[in-house]
Design a binder for this molecule. Structure first.
Ligand code: SF4
Ligand code: SF4
Length: 288
């Protein structure tokens, strides 16, 4: 069971949901794909950390072979190359490591070198295996880090997996949900929350992923996100009430399900609802 947890913007409760569902699972694998701002590890405080550097290939120009034809500069769609004062300059931060310039160079003047863009960290917290991706500041894309983080779960994995996705609906989020069996959309009870929810809703529909919503910070009275779910036929997996105590635990990077019995019960119910829905979808899929 590979569950991706998404939200249209940060601060909606995506990490609260993914961290607590993983904690309530007992044995689980929690993967933080929010590589620009990973904070799940602050909650889990994993031990026995193993680090792995993630590198990407970057073009390296041999000026003794380069004829100055500029074919590589014209080819690069990311404007990562420029020809200045008889030299090809590489802007590493915007290079997408496609390797095209190397293939196109008629003089074979371009080779590649490895450049670090960040790292992944593996550790354990109780029975939860915790994986975190960290993108170095200023790098163009965290996709290579996410690919590496999710590489191992493509093969058989017995543990339930909770993927804490980056916020929004950009390509980095698409990469995070690609191999998920089910997507949870976390939404706030405001009109702005509806706007964010509709963005991720479009994305999961595009990827033909089964999905459901968890409504966070629910208050008495009207909830525009709930209305949106009803109108769009989005199953509501659960509602987390607006709760000062829960908010305080969360701001102090505490895992509510591990701190208080009542939250353990609440997140266990939520997990049960999610698991039931994933199984229902899996059965429906096998009968199609
Ligand atoms: S394509 Fe090759 S030869 Fe032409 S400018 Fe680029 S590096 Fe130099
Ligand atoms: S590897 Fe691709 S993105 Fe990078 S400089 Fe070459 S053509 Fe541009």
């Amino acid at each position: 069971m590979r569950i991706a947890v998404l939200s249209g913007k940060g601060g909606t409760g995506k990490t609260l949901v993914s961290v607590n569902l993983a904690a309530a699972s007992g044995k689980a694998l929690y993967i933080d794909c929010d590589v620009e701002e990973p904070n799940g590890h602050l909650f889990f405080k994993p031990k026995n950390i193993q680090k792995e550097e993630i590198t990407v290939p970057i073009p390296k120009i041999d000026p003794t072979l380069c004829s100055g034809c500029r074919a590589c500069v014209d080819f690069c769609k990311f404007n990562a190359l420029a020809y200045v004062r008889d030299n090809v300059i590489v802007f590493e931060e915007v290079c997408h490591s496609c390797g095209g310039c190397m293939l196109i160079c008629p003089q074979k003047a371009i080779t590649e070198r490895e450049k670090s863009i960040g790292k992944i960290q593996k550790g354990v917290s109780g029975q939860v295996a915790v994986r975190t991706g960290v993108l170095n500041t200023g790098e163009a894309t965290g996709i290579p880090i996410i690919k590496r983080l999710l590489f191992e779960i493509k093969s058989e994995n017995k543990l339930p997996v909770f993927i804490d996705c980056p916020p929004g609906s950009a390509c980095i989020v698409m990469e995070s949900i690609k191999d998920a069996d089910y997507c949870i959309l976390v939404a706030e009870p405001t009109l702005f929350g509806v706007h964010n929810l509709s963005m991720v809703h479009e994305l999961v529909k595009l990827f033909h992923k089964p999905y459901g919503a968890i409504l966070n910070k629910c208050l008495d009275g009207e909830n525009p996100s709930e209305t949106f779910c009803e109108e769009q036929g989005i199953p509501i997996l659960g509602r987390i009430p607006f709760d000062v105590e829960l908010g305080a635990l969360n701001s102090n990077a505490k895992i509510a399900a591990w701190e208080e019995g009542k939250y353990w019960v609440a997140f266990s119910y939520l997990l049960e609802a999610v698991t039931k829905e994933v199984r229902r979808e899996a059965t429906a899929y096998s009968q199609r």
